[in-house]
Design a protein around this ligand. Structure first.
Ligand SMILES: [Zn+2]
Ligand SMILES: [Zn+2]
Length: 349
């Protein structure tokens, strides 16, 4: 057995990430080793960088980053589906298939969801459960850099399963980070009339290019709810409102913007312990439906890769900068300080 070291970004705690040489061994039974070709930065990475951990996903010290694609470099015993040289994208989790929630088809709520981190590294040993349940082959026509966007898109696909939209509907998307922009694109593909609400001009322009009919800059509004509602058909509110910010204030705005009988997709996760209050008449007399979704499932991960491979969602449009592994600590620090405006940074190993 040979052993070696690789360069990898390690999370040590709050605002402490270091590029280090770490040991990388051979894959054990059921595992696969990947030579990572491309990784992408994500809003969750910045959140974890600020907090130093994520209760469910990552606890320091730990390898960092979770969106990546690469080439199989070695396979452990018992792995028959994969061989050296295969191009793959790897999800950052896999369900257990044994608990109550897996048995009712709600794998995103799995009691034993296994999370994986380590995208910001030269190589990764993928755990056997992810190898068998949530690792997909990438066809030769799809750049691995594009395939690396599969995980966040899978969350968006899942969000639209939970709160479906239909052709002809008016949809408001609040928040134009990568996730909000993916929702804009997906709703346009579905045939919806999309109003995109954000802050930065470059993001609003991108939403427009993705097919949003209207873009609204929150910084130019005195009353965002009134302003957005006035743009919806007859001013009655949107059929569906998707909240992709993750703040209690935005959750409240989303519930105020939807029309009677409409649906709100509270997609953005707020800090734990936060609450909102809801006008009960909105739920009862106005029959507003509230939905929410977390994470992704193996099925939504598969669908996301199809969308990327067919270019219905063109990942290249989301990648606004390219950096090297060495630049990760500085990039995270600047993103956390609000000094950088990046939709997705692609990381070259
Ligand atoms: Zn992500
Ligand atoms: Zn389970």
């Amino acid at each position: 057995m040979t052993s070696e070291t690789m360069k990898a970004v390690v999370l040590h705690g709050k605002e402490r990430v270091v590029l280090e040489n770490v040991y990388i061994g051979e894959p054990a039974k059921g595992e696969v080793r990947i030579k990572i070709e491309r990784a992408l930065t994500c809003g969750t990475d910045v959140k974890v960088y600020r907090r130093g951990e994520h209760a469910r996903m990552i606890r320091p010290p730990a390898l960092f980053g979770h969106e990546f694609a690469g080439i199989v470099d070695a396979v452990g015993t018992g792995v028959s589906h994969w061989k050296v040289g295969d191009r793959v994208v790897v999800a950052n989790s896999a369900p257990c298939d044994e608990c109550y929630y897996c048995s009712i088809g709600r794998e995103e709520l799995c009691e034993n969801l296994l999370f994986f981190n380590g995208a910001f590294a030269e190589k990764a040993i993928v755990p056997s459960r992810i190898v068998s349940k949530n690792m997909l082959a990438v066809d030769a026509g799809t750049p691995l850099e594009s395939a690396a966007m599969c995980e966040p898109l899978a969350c968006v696909v899942r969000g639209l399963e939970v709160a479906p939209v239909a052709a002809g509907q008016s949809v408001v998307v609040l928040g134009l980070g990568p996730i909000g922009l993916m929702f804009v694109r997906m709703c346009v593909i579905a045939g919806c009339t999309v109003i995109a609400v954000g802050r930065r001009e470059a993001r609003l322009r991108l939403a427009y290019e993705f097919g949003a009919v209207d873009t609204i800059n929150v910084d130019e509004c005195i009353d965002i709810v009134e302003r957005v509602r006035s743009q919806t058909p007859c001013g009655r509110g949107a059929d569906t409102v998707i909240e992709a910010i993750g703040s209690p204030a935005a959750w409240s705005d989303a519930i105020s913007i939807v029309r009677k009988g409409g649906m709100v997709n509270l997609f953005g996760g707020c800090a734990s312990g936060t609450t909102i209050s809801i006008d009960t008449s909105r739920l009862h007399y106005d029959e507003v439906t509230l939905r929410s979704s977390f994470h992704h499932t193996p099925r939504s991960f598969q669908k996301a890769l199809q969308l990327l491979s067919s270019l219905e969602v063109d990942a290249q449009r989301f990648i606004t900068t390219r950096i090297t592994l060495n630049e990760i600590p500085d990039t995270l620090a600047r993103l956390a300080a609000g000094q950088l405006d990046i939709v997705k940074a692609s990381v070259l190993m």
